[in-house]
Design a protein around this ligand. Structure first.
Ligand code: ADP
Ligand code: MG
Length: 851
């Protein structure tokens, strides 16, 4: 087949397309549309639900440029990358317009407002491994927040990697296949494989991970000559990942990121670690159903601003282990609680605060529109009143926050004076600079006004002059200004009218003076728009001069927002300030489950019942009362109780007050939470295998400063297997002479309660129930001592099993519990046969584990 000659435009298209990474849709600006061609057109049409057009030699599909953002968002969500190729000069007829690649948007590098969730950070991460060691860097390009971490073991980094929930992950070329192979033969990290399977992964060449050039790239980006100011060694092993992130971002922005001005090291030594299984089990960021509602995050959030919401999530991702920092937060809450009027006033003011960090991020990275500056103006407007209200709440901790807020009076004044009240979303719309700000602009605008007046007078004048009563002066995009005369009046049209277009009902004309005026109008409009853009650039520059102060202010406002929210929460639910220390003993007086308590109340409102949460005490001590074994029937409240202890501890370690009458919380290094045999089918592993993996992880990593929550461990296998495993896990946790991790173990294995006699630091507890005739009533209180029965049949009755089934179960149980081990199977056999009798032997071997 003869090769067809391609058009110059197609040549231009292919030149750009060739330079792009795979999996990238190229949007090629063609007039008012972004067009996709060839294979991209097919993929795009399907993905975005738009029409595929077939030309003789190629396929194309287009989206209108003004609606592009929405389509781009859709493509990104589907894990695609989108390259934007714009026209970079005004098109001239008969000449190929110059185009160039302006940006590549990827799931992790987009900063467009409506492609980001406002209350969450949006991270791009890079991971690298060597053996068991792992390095990690992550950047939120929309806010400039940049962090690195490295560790001897990937186990230590999985918690933070899972919590930051990156939108896109950069890995070494070929790495993905290597991991898959490792997953096959069981040598790799299961959590990691599972994690990566659900994200957008981008493989990049190895040299981009080079540590030396990484360090250099970081220093260049931050504008420093070493990283000491950030407490980071030049030789930090995660700088290779940081470099990879910066390289990738720069490539996609087609220029350096301008809003990255600091870098932080995340360290598992200074943060409380919550591994992925614990995050799931304790429902920290999402409930087990996958919703925000029902999560701890949702229950303790009372923020009014997007950046407050992000800060709260950051605090939960890396809970503190520094008492000083936690006491600073607690202190603020205490002060705010004592000044309710000022506090709610500030909260009200915060509602008008805009997302300064993200606005600056966009402005700095060349995405600009008038409304963004309006957002800064709106925020600045609130600051004097916020500072004033904070003066009344003064304390050392509060003052630190207040000092971070810079009211920037000169910038406030400038933006107030320069910008109109209502602002358009597009620069090209014009009309956003206030009257009186710039003389030259005002003159241009008055010229336009004069011309418009001339036009409106023209209609009246021409009607008078010609006697055509319904003569109209109109405007459209194709013809500009014209005079319209209906058919009936065409005989009255004067000589100086020049015919432009014939319509069904009449004709359209222009005159020499109208043409001249039109030119003047266009010219004036073009000039005024250009002038407005110039002035806008000036305002942007003025704003960016204060970007440091603005970012600091934004950070202070976010803290204020979270802490005032927690004050509100503490008042609303009667929380207490926990006493923090580094002792061995944890004491909670009348603790409640923060999420279940709120849900019960909601239900109670719905059902107008008065079911309220029953508080319970907890007293654990690493060297005297280390392991609590909790028994009790199903539905008694075991799971809720043990989780509440973990959640209260976690809340204390983010600085929040806690749902209890009083609490003393020793800082912990890790919280582990495991649930037996949760149906984790999605992950393709046998549930029991998962359960054991997770348990192994605890046994290998828990220290005397850890808190462990075990819920029905061992349930995933046969009774004796499960019991034996549970038994030996408890013994192992108790192995040290002196002390061990504080552990709450809920179990239905009655046999385990025997352990109390043999292990010093283990104590039995049970969730009490009241018996009433054959029924039970849940009282939800945790008492010392083992549960004496399991009440399975009573629970089954409560659950609504038909009464013949319940009665029969009771009968079988009675027989099984008596010495007579013969149970007659009751089943209707085939009519012809007599009913069979089957003997079932109970296992008469006694459990004799102590020998
Ligand atoms: P178990 O683990 O013993 O089977 P759960 O902890 O799952 O029991 O609790 C069962 C239900 O009881 C929960 O759904 C919760 O609504 C309710 N519940 C648990 N603890 C309390 C409590 N302290 N006060 C009120 N209701 C509770
Ligand atoms: Mg349970």
């Amino acid at each position: 087949m003869a090769k067809k000659k391609i058009t110059p435009m197609m040549q231009q298209y292919f030149d750009v397309k060739r330079s792009l990474p795979s999996n990238t849709l190229l949007l090629f600006r063609l007039g008012d549309f972004y067009e996709m061609f060839h294979e991209d057109a097919e993929i795009g049409a399907q993905l975005l639900g738009i029409t595929l057009t077939k030309r003789s030699d190629y396929k194309m599909a287009g989206i209108p440029f003004h609606a592009a953002e929405q389509y781009i968002g859709k493509a990104l969500q589907a894990g695609k990358k989108v390259a934007i190729c714009d026209q970079v000069e005004t098109p001239k007829p008969g000449k190929l317009v110059k185009r160039s690649l302006t940006r590549i948007l990827t799931p992790g590098t987009t900063i467009e407002d409506n492609q980001l969730e406002s209350s969450r950070n949006h991270y791009l991460a890079a991971i690298e491994f060597e053996g068991k060691e792992a390095e990690l860097a992550w950047l939120d390009l929309s806010t400039g927040e940049f962090q690195i971490a490295s560790s001897q073991s990937i186990d230590d980094l999985m918690p933070v990697l899972t919590s930051i929930d990156p939108a896109e992950v950069l890995i070494l070329e070929g790495e993905e296949n290597r991991w898959r192979a490792m997953a096959q033969d069981g040598t790799s990290h299961d959590e990691l494989i599972h994690f990566l399977a659900t994200r957008a992964i981008t493989e990049i060449p190895g040299f981009q991970f080079d540590a030396d050039s990484g360090a250099q790239a970081v220093m260049d980006t931050l504008g420093v000559i070493n990283l000491e100011g950030f407490g980071i060694e030049k030789s930090h092993s995660a700088l290779g990942c940081a470099g990879a992130v910066l390289h990738y971002v720069t490539e996609n922005l087609r220029s350096k990121p301008e809003n990255v001005s600091s870098i932080k090291e995340y360290s598992s030594d200074t943060a409380l670690l919550l591994d992925p299984a614990t995050l799931r089990n304790l429902e920290i960021f999402r409930s087990t159903r996958g919703t925000r509602e029902g999560s701890l995050l949702h229950s303790i959030s009372r923020v009014k601003t997007a950046s407050g919401a992000r800060l709260l999530e950051q605090w939960l991702i890396a809970p503190e282990r520094s008492i000083d920092e936690l006491q600073r937060r607690q202190d603020c809450i205490e002060r705010f609680a004592a000044s309710p009027v000022a506090s709610s006033e500030i909260q009200d003011l915060l509602k008008s605060v805009r997302d300064i960090k993200r606005i600056l991020g966009r402005i700095q990275n060349r995405i600009r529109n008038p409304r963004e500056l309006g957002g800064i103006r709106e925020t600045l407007k609130q600051l004097p009143a916020i500072i004033e209200a904070l003066r009344g709440v003064s304390s050392t901790s509060v003052d630190t926050i207040t000092r971070g807020i810079d009211p920037l009076p000169h910038l406030t004044e400038l933006l107030n004076r320069a910008l109109k009240e209502e602002l358009p979303n597009n620069l090209s719309d014009g009309g956003y600079i206030a009257l009186g700000y710039d003389e030259a602009l005002d003159e241009m605008l008055s010229l336009t006004t004069d011309n418009k007046l001339w036009l409106s007078n023209l209609e009246a004048d021409e009607r008078d002059r010609t006697g055509i009563k319904n003569l109209k002066v109109k405007f459209n995009n194709a013809f500009g200004y014209f005079i319209e005369v209906t058919k009936a009046n065409l005989n009255l049209v004067p000589d100086n009218y020049i015919r432009k277009q014939t319509m069904v009902n009449g004709e359209r004309f222009v005159t020499e003076s109208l043409k001249k005026k039109e030119k003047e109008i266009f010219h004036a409009e073009e000039n005024s728009k250009r002038r407005e853009e110039e002035l806008f650039t000036g305002l942007v520059e003025a704003t960016l001069e204060d970007s440091k102060s603005l970012n600091k202010t934004a950070a202070a406002l976010a803290e204020l927002d979270v802490l005032l929210g927690w004050t509100e929460l503490a008042r609303e639910w009667d929380y207490c300030k926990p006493q923090l220390d580094e002792s061995e003993s944890l004491e909670i007086d009348q603790g409640r489950h923060p999420v279940v308590e709120q849900m019960l109340q909601q239900e109670a409102v719905g059902l107008s019942s008065d079911q309220s949460f029953v508080p319970n005490d907890s007293q654990l001590n690493a060297s005297t009362s280390q392991i609590h074994l909790i028994t009790g029937p199903n539905m008694a409240g075991k799971s809720t109780y043990i989780r509440q202890v973990a959640l209260i501890t976690l809340m204390a370690q983010i600085g929040c007050w806690v749902p209890a009458k009083s609490a003393r919380i020793p800082l912990v290094d890790r919280i582990f939470s495991r649930v037996g045999a949760s149906d984790d089918l999605a992950r393709g592993n046998s549930t029991f295998m998962v359960e054991m993996n997770e348990t192994a992880n605890i046994l290998n990593n828990a220290t005397a400063n850890s808190l462990i929550i075990l819920d029905e461990i061992g349930r995933g296998t046969s009774t004796y297997d499960g019991l034996s495993i549970a038994w030996s896990v408890v013994e192992y946790l108790h192995r040290d002479e002196e002390s061990g991790p504080k552990t709450l173990f809920a179990t239905h294995y009655q046999e385990l309660t025997e352990l109390e006699k043999h292990l010093d630091r283990l104590e039995n507890f049970s969730v009490a129930v009241k018996e009433w005739n054959d029924d039970i009533v849940f009282v939800r209180s945790v008492v010392q001592g083992a549960a004496d029965r399991s009440y399975g049949i009573q629970v089954a009755r409560l659950a609504g099993l038909p009464s013949p089934v319940i009665d029969r179960a009771q009968e079988i149980l009675n027989k099984l519990e008596s010495d007579d081990a013969t149970v007659t199977v009751s089943a209707p056999g085939p009519k012809s046969k007599p009913r069979k009798k089957i003997r079932i032997e109970t296992d008469d071997k006694q459990l004799d584990l102590f020998g």
